[in-house]
Structures are given as C-alpha cells and as structure tokens.
Design a protein around this ligand. Structure first.
Ligand code: SF4
Length: 415
C-alpha cells in the first residue's frame, strides 16, 4: 500500500496543473482533472473525490477501463515530449479510496415521484445515482441476475474485477430510494404499458448488445459466433486446442481474443482490415493481447466463411489503405488476387453491435435508420413518458459517453 501511495504521489507531482486543462476537455464527462490531481498532491483525497463527483461517480471503473490514451491522456501536455500523466490510475486510486473511506452520499430531498430505469449498465447507473440522491424513487429493471449491465456482463474479469464493481454498487447505488428488480426483462416479464401505468417516467437504458454482421457468405454457419453474446452470457463452446479467428479491431475483439485464449484455444487470430495504428482498441489492450500470444493479421479482410465436411475455412484478402480526396482517414481496399484460405474452428464477429430490434419494435417508438431509439436534446423519445440513454440511442460505445448521457438525462428531469 505504501508503495502504491508513493507511486500515486509521484504521478500526481508529475502533473503540470495546466491552466488550459486540455485533459478535461478531452474527457467525455469533463472531469476536472487538474484540480483533482492538485488535491492528490496535497494529500486531500476526500477533496479529490469531491472534485470528481461533480461530473462522475465512476472513478473506480473509468479509472480502469476508459480508453484514456484516446481521451484525457491522449491530450495531456506531458505527452507531447514524453509520457502522459497516468490519469486513469490516479482516478482509480481516488475511486477505491472513496469506496473504502468515504460515507455513502446522502439523499438531498424526496419528491415522491417514481421512475423506472430499464437496464443497469453505466448510463442507467449514472442516471439512477443522480435521480435517487435527488429524491426520485427509482426502480431498476435488469434482465440478468445481478446489476452492472455491460460492466458485469460485457467486460471480462481480467479487465474489471467484479468485486470492485460490487463494492462500488453497494456504496453509490443501493440507497433507500432505489428498488432493484433483477431477472426481469422488458417484453418478457414486464411490458412498457404496465410500466407506464405504474411510473411517472420511464428511462430505457438496455444498451446495444447484439453483435453486428458483416453481410458475408457463411455468416450463418454454426462455427460463427457473436462476440457480444459470448461475453454477455459466458456460454462458451469448448475452445480447447481450437483455432479461433476474431474479426474486428476494438476492445470487444481484444476481450474476446484474450477470453478465448484463456479458455485453452491453441491459436487465436485477430483479423483486422486496417492497420495497427488505426485500431480503435486501447493500446494497452492490444499490447496485453500480444503478450498473451494472440496473433494479429492486419490489413486482412474476410470475404467468405466456408464449411465443408466439418472443416471450416475463411477466405481472406489483403487490403491496401487508400486516402480518398478531401478525407483524412485511409480506407482499406481489397487487393485483387491476394486471396488466401485459412482453416479455422471458430470465427467470432466483433465488428460492432446494435440494439435488440425485436424489443425495440414492440415499444412503438421512433427509431433512426440504424435502429437506435430517436431522442431529442433532452433524451426525450417520441413518447412523452419515455426517455432513452446510452448505446440504445447510438452514443459512442464507451462507458464514459454512456454515463454522460445518463447524467444529462437525469439533470433534465431534476436540474
Ligand atoms: Fe496535468 Fe496533463 Fe492535464 Fe496538464 S494536461 S493538467 S499535465 S494531466
């Protein structure tokens, strides 16, 4: 512990407390990073927590799993000539300190209004925290047996230990204004009509966890699995000594590859059609996957999956990266004649995700052409009693962006 505190103090001392706060501007939650680090320098940990709770309650979680290198740490002035301040580590330290040492936040007032939140991922929990501490009676409806949504059922244990999540939930979410209904799924166990009768408002926050498809031949084969469903339900086929390819370049692809490897797969490949530097996954996650023996096939596109006599193969093609006129991002274009076949036991799709269309269609709400629920700037859907937040409305799929929508939605109800 002593060693940990010394490291934390050293990191805090390394921060320049820049007046322009570029790290704050790059944070989706606009956390006041220079000010909370200044409090750490002065060993005022409770003060540091107070500064952070102006914009977040996810310190223990975001500190561990946010893509810091593309957010706050990516804009850190220290990073121009050397290494950025380890902002995530400092944030997690304060979150853990608070979980152990700081009293549960109180309830400021009661307004006798009832609200149902469907889902319990980061957007739902941010919203729940804000509303319940400001007097709303909040009922959370969660289809799984425990709270956490993506934090519990989408992020593997090696990235976020669930005892940290449990401690945090107990401290910051489970107050006397919050009622929990687990194993209760919208559309199966409860209907939107029932909820509308019982509550003043309803907030939909059940995420977008259906793995997207590539639209290629062979995707319907039994050997092709969705990354999101695998991570969510944890019902894995026997991967022992198998050869597995994961298609995609985000954190879900990294999480899937490392999970499959830990389950005993012999060879695990990440197949990504762009270059390594274009990968959306956190650099640390890519490095960790490499260390654990995952192989990477960059600039490789999968165009077909074939299954003949129990032998599955992927047909791949190499790509070149081309910059279109007036655009900054390079696009992968298949190189004619570079096709090759790869024997494979399982293919896991990690190329994005979308909301559950069956559930959404039954709600009768307006949706975008991509299947997300349409909301206005106040997170209001086409039904005046219903609001929607998080990945369901197409926010950038990170914990911090989801949480931001939860906080903003709650503030619109109780400024
Ligand atoms: Fe500190 Fe980096 Fe933020 Fe400057 S940009 S205040 S050095 S964390």
């Amino acid at each position: 512990m002593e060693k940990k505190i010394n490291e934390i103090k050293k990191q805090a001392a390394y921060c320049l407390n820049c007046k322009t706060k570029p790290c704050k501007s790059a944070c989706p939650l606009q956390n006041n990073i220079p000010d909370f680090i200044k409090c750490i320098k002065e060993e005022k940990y409770e003060e540091a927590f107070k500064v952070l709770t102006e914009t977040t309650i996810f310190e223990s979680i975001c500190g561990r799993i946010c893509p810091h290198k593309s957010q706050c740490e990516g804009s850190c002035v220290r990073g121009i000539k050397g290494e950025s301040v380890h902002i995530g580590e400092l944030e997690a330290f304060i979150g853990d300190y608070a979980s152990e040492n700081i009293n549960t936040p109180g309830i400021y007032s009661n307004n006798n209004k009832k609200i149902a939140i469907i889902g319990s991922g980061p957007s739902a929990l941010a919203c729940c925290y804000y509303l319940s501490t400001r007097g709303w009676k909040v009922s959370i409806y969660e289809k799984h047996s425990k709270l956490g949504g993506l934090l519990r059922y989408g992020i593997p244990e090696f990235r976020l230990e669930k005892n940290i999540l449990d401690k945090w939930l107990k401290k910051f979410i489970l107050n006397s204004n919050v009622e929990i209904h687990t194993n209760t799924e919208l559309g199966k166990d409860i209907t939107i009509e029932q909820l509308k009768k019982e509550y003043d408002r309803i907030i939909l926050a059940f995420g977008a966890n259906i793995s997207s498809k590539m639209g290629i031949e062979g995707e319907e084969l039994k050997c092709v699995l969705g990354a999101n469903e695998l991570l969510e339900y944890g019902k894995f086929p026997d991967f022992k000594n198998k050869k597995v390819a994961i298609i995609g370049g985000g954190n879900v692809a990294m999480d899937s590859s490392r999970t499959v490897k830990k389950l005993g797969a012999k060879e695990v490949y990440i197949v990504y059609r762009r270059s390594e530097k274009q990968m959306p996954a956190e650099k640390k996650e890519i490095e960790d996957a490499k260390k654990e023996g995952i192989d990477f096939l960059f600039q490789t596109n999968v165009i077909k999956i074939i299954n003949k006599n129990d032998l599955a193969q992927m047909e791949c093609v190499k790509t070149e990266l081309i910059k279109k006129e007036g655009e900054t991002r390079e696009y992968p274009v298949n190189i004619e004649g570079s096709n090759f076949l790869m024997d494979i036991d399982y293919v896991i799709m990690a190329v994005g995700s979308s909301p559950n269309k069956d559930v959404i269609d039954k709600l009768g709400l307006e949706t975008s052409k991509w299947g997300y629920i349409k909301v206005d700037e106040k997170y209001q859907t086409s039904d005046e009693k219903i609001m929607a937040i998080g990945d369901l409305i197409g926010t950038k799929q990170t914990v911090a962006w989801a949480a931001r929508s939860g906080f903003e939605c709650a503030k619109n109800l109780t400024p």
